[in-house]
Design a binder for this molecule. Structure first.
Ligand code: TMP
Length: 208
């Protein structure tokens, strides 16, 4: 795979969408070719799986089912979109990827790191991000900034303790894979955070 793969991770409401949008604008203004994706989604099959996972109608969904569905959506996205783009030498940016499964299902839902590691290996194979930008902000601060959680989203409305565990999961992942995951302090202004995002990308040896 000749291309470059960058993923963004973080708890809800930390400004991930804003940072991703700033990066997209930055790249577009420079005429840089890139492919932007979000997880779960990015193709017809995975968008359908996204609906299935996130609708509040499926409140009884167990953790394993949830983890397997996220992984199924990811496998489809990799096979049909990410791997071909990386093989063609493109820059691929993804809003969430396998570290979300580690933090949300592995740690917060309690399936365990080993379970999720196996699942991620099955779904992703050798597709591992060159860089993961972790927007580091505790959920308590993030929800305070955002003015509360989105009650229409099954995962977002899962409760403060759940999101604290997600955050704990991300911190564990960042400790486990320090060479790949860069923590960026997300508590500052969007411009300051974006400057750190660009620095993290440059420090990872990726030229934009
Ligand atoms: P979003 O709000 O960033 O679009 O993400 C959708 C939700 O799905 C969010 O609550 C995080 C959650 N999620 C997981 O629990 N596991 C995963 O593997 C992924 C990709 C997302």
């Amino acid at each position: 795979m000749k291309g470059t793969f960058i993923t963004f991770e973080g708890c809800e409401g930390v400004g991930k969408t804003t940072q991703v949008e700033m990066l997209k604008r930055y790249l577009s203004e420079r005429g840089r070719d890139f492919l932007f994706l979000r997880e779960p989604g990015g193709n017809a099959v995975s968008e359908k799986i996204r609906e299935l996972i996130l609708t509040k109608e499926n409140g009884e969904m167990c953790g394993r089912c949830e983890a397997l569905l996220y992984s199924a959506a990811r496998a489809q996205l990799i096979e049909t979109v990410i791997r071909p783009a990386l093989d063609a030498g493109r820059l691929v940016i993804c809003d969430r990827f396998a570290d979300s499964t580690y933090a949300y299902q592995g740690v917060a839902r309690g399936l365990g790191a080993d379970y999720v590691a196996k699942l991620n290996a099955l779904a992703c194979g050798d597709v591992v991000p060159d860089l993961t930008v972790f927007l580091d902000m505790a959920p308590s601060e993030a929800f305070a900034r955002k003015g509360g959680a989105d009650s229409s989203d099954r995962l977002e409305s899962a409760g403060a303790q759940f999101h604290e565990r997600v955050y704990e999961g991300y911190l564990q992942a960042a400790d486990k894979w320090p060479e790949r995951i860069r923590k960026v302090d997300a508590r500052r202004s969007p411009q300051e955070v974006f400057a750190s995002v660009l620095r993290a990308i440059a420090e990872a040896g990726i030229s934009l």
